[in-house]
Ligand binder design. Structure first.
Ligand SMILES: Nc1ncnc2c1ncn2[C@@H]1O[C@H](COP(=O)(O)OP(=O)(O)OP(=O)(O)O)[C@@H](O)[C@H]1O
Ligand SMILES: [Mg+2]
Length: 203
């Protein structure tokens, strides 16, 4: 990502054009009232986006641990709001269900502006069951367990997962975890240590 000016940023793809479904889904979610930065222009590998001023939710919760629970509840609310929207026609599916899913909706992909939160990074968006999205976020939370430099990681990750899960039906999420784990483990960007903790995860 590059800042272009005060009002815009550039998302640039290295080896391909911007996928059409990513642009479509961002515009569609925004048109349905969901907080997504406006897509201003798309040309080949470049997408110009409205610039959102503010830290990521990850930066915010690391700089002020007293805001951890409030942020995790906000993340859960962003999931719930998203899943009320039916997926647009033609969006690829990860299984049963017709909800619009982000599938990478975790604290690094939420920007906290003074106008409220914005959700970025829509390249994984698909159609499916709401619990697919919630399970995918839990799998991302577990990846912190692979970081040996993260003090108290077991206790903190457990607390974050439980705080997040409190907003959802645990049995439904549990049923969708194996598929979420399989997607994560299949991701070429995920290292061996993270694969191992991902496979051990339980709720
Ligand atoms: N609309 C925006 N306004 C301001 N900053 C943005 C915007 N979109 C993205 N960013 C910044 O760029 C970072 C990465 O964006 P994004 O999550 O969309 O890309 P990514 O594919 O995850 O890339 P990376 O691998 O670099 O994290 C964000 O953490 C944020 O700091
Ligand atoms: Mg991202």
């Amino acid at each position: 990502m590059y800042a272009l000016d005060e009002h815009t940023v550039l998302r640039h793809y290295e080896r391909r054009d911007v996928p059409e479904y990513e642009v479509n889904v961002m515009r569609y979610a925004r048109a349905h009232g969901y907080p997504v930065p406006e897509v201003k222009e798309v040309s080949g590998p470049d997408m110009v986006l409205e610039r959102v001023d503010g830290p990521t939710m990850q930066e915010a919760l690391e700089s002020d641990r007293t805001q951890l629970d409030r942020n995790i509840r906000l993340l859960a609310a962003l999931h719930e709001r998203l899943h009320e929207i039916a997926a647009p026609p033609g969006l690829a599916s990860v299984g049963e269900g017709d909800a619009l899913l982000h599938l990478d909706l975790h604290p690094k992909n939420v920007l906290l502006s003074t106008n409220g939160p914005y959700v970025i990074d829509w390249a994984n968006a698909r159609r499916g069951h709401w619990a697919d999205d919630v399970a995918q976020t839990i799998v991302v939370f577990w990846s912190a367990l692979a970081d040996p430099a993260f003090a108290d990681r077991e206790a903190i990750v457990h607390h974050v997962v439980e705080t997040f899960l409190a907003s959802f039906d645990r049995d439904a999420v549990r049923a969708h975890l194996p598929a979420a784990i399989a997607r994560r483990v299949a991701d070429a960007n995920v290292g061996d240590a993270e694969r191992a903790v991902t496979r051990r995860g339980r709720i």
